[in-house]
Design a protein around this ligand. Sequence first.
Ligand code: SF4
Length: 143
Amino acid sequence: MTNGCISGGERYFHINANGDVEPRVFAHFAMDNIEDKSLAEVLNSPLFRKIRNMRPYCLNPNRPCMLIDVPQVSREAFCMPGVYPTHPGAGTLFTELSPAMDEYAEEYGKVADKAWAEHPMRPVRKIEVQLRRKKVKMAVSGD
Ligand code: SF4
């Protein structure tokens, strides 16, 4: 229904109590603080632009999430120079929690891809066009 991830200012973002502007409420990373920059500048930051430009992250719209479905996307975005964790420990997503995230994504991906193959819906055509245009590497095996 949303044609992929809505974070990074695509249709949504989050400002925490310290003013850090996060791509979404459960992505505890930021490049800017609202005390230092205008919202327009923050929405045009390299981090937010990267998150928007990389979407859709997967051909299967049942796997839209950069955090849990295609974790390599969030790694690439949040490991950019200038990005900082907005609370202690947030970075463990990309260190000790990384193998579990990958394993979860792979296992869920098998289920989601099977379900999608059996019950595809029309929006995938739109996503396919976007993927071709942006030359995003498809994450669905076999495509
Ligand atoms: S797809 Fe994932 S990162 Fe994007 S808005 Fe939904 S839950 Fe958040």
